[in-house]
Design a protein. Sequence first.
Length: 116
Amino acid sequence: MNTSLPIRQVAADFCVAAQLTPEAMAELAALGFRSVINNRPDFEGGPDQPTNASVQAAAAAAGLEYRYLPVSGAYQSPEEIAAMAQLLQELPAPVLAFCRSGARSTRLFLSATQPG
């Protein structure tokens, strides 16, 4: 994958990234991603962090499916993990999820895909 974006592959059809900008959505679509999940609450990083609404609008303009599932970096509840599992079933792959560093999106994915 030839890109300047901070993308890390976690599974065959799932990657994570640190905070992405609205401008990154067109590049994600060009890279072949079909869906984006935002796991970062608005303004967690202060007023300079792109808002969910701005990223969602850019994702839609780029033809990407987009979902907002904000979770705390410290704790992901069983309900949030179940919601992530549902999104992974619904959304067309490949999927990219992002948060501040990519770590909580990775934890959510791993928790959501563990055999029950």
